[in-house]
Write a protein that binds this ligand. Structure first.
Ligand SMILES: [Fe+2]
Length: 213
């Protein structure tokens, strides 16, 4: 698990532990023109916040009320009767991870230690980016494209809806949200343009290296 700050559970006297919406690591207009302030405002302030609010409502007075976000995700994964809690917890986690997977003036060359791992797995950085973009496009419907570590080897995977690599045994290094709400205002149906723009201009390779431990 990464050392991502996924929001600090805060205890309200007489109430359950609440999960907070982790702050954005930059301002809402910081990713323009690749991702507009309008997209970021809705995506963070409505969608991401909605998942956190739903989660807090769903776990109140349950055995999940005092667990960390990560523990909720791993302990509800694969349990059909807990799908709603899993979906909202995983989406709360995925979005914080996604915000940190990007930065203003990102893209460019990965740090040497990461580049060596990329070259070992994909041949070169361009091939890795190409696979991330094609995987983002190949995900049918909503989901996520991820760079992950699988037993120490870099790999690109996709997950559907709220699904999250930890439950598949992978260590996530970075992600691209391919739900339509992530790009439709700026790119309409052109998911590939959104994915390539994020990879070229925003991707945060330092965050990926940090997660690679
Ligand atoms: Fe999203």
């Amino acid at each position: 698990m990464s050392n991502l700050n996924t929001g600090t559970p805060s205890t309200v006297p007489g109430a359950t532990s609440l999960h907070s919406l982790a702050p954005l690591p930059y301002t809402e207009n910081a990713l323009e023109p690749i991702i507009s302030a309008k997209t970021l405002s809705f995506h963070y302030g409505k969608h991401h916040k909605g998942y956190v609010d739903n989660l807090n409502r769903l776990i109140a007075d349950t055995e999940y009320a005092d667990l960390t976000l990560e523990k909720i995700v791993t302990s509800t994964a694969g349990k059909p009767e807990r799908t709603a809690i899993f979906n909202n917890a995983a989406q709360a986690w995925n979005h914080t991870f996604y915000w940190n997977s990007m930065k203003p003036n990102g893209g460019g060359e990965p740090p040497v230690a990461l580049r060596q791992k990329i070259e070992a797995a994909f041949g070169n950085v361009e091939a890795c980016k190409k696979e991330l973009a094609s995987t983002a496009v190949a995900q049918f419907g909503s989901g996520w494209a991820w760079l992950v570590l699988d037993s120490g080897v870099l790999k690109v995977v996709k997950t559907a809806n709220a699904d999250i690599p930890m439950t598949l045994g992978f260590t996530p290094l970075l992600t691209i949200d391919v739900w339509e709400h992530a790009y439709y205002l700026d790119y309409q149906n052109r998911r590939v343009d959104y994915a390539n723009a994020v990879l070229d201009k925003l991707i945060n390779w330092e965050f990926a290296l940090q997660n690679a431990g």
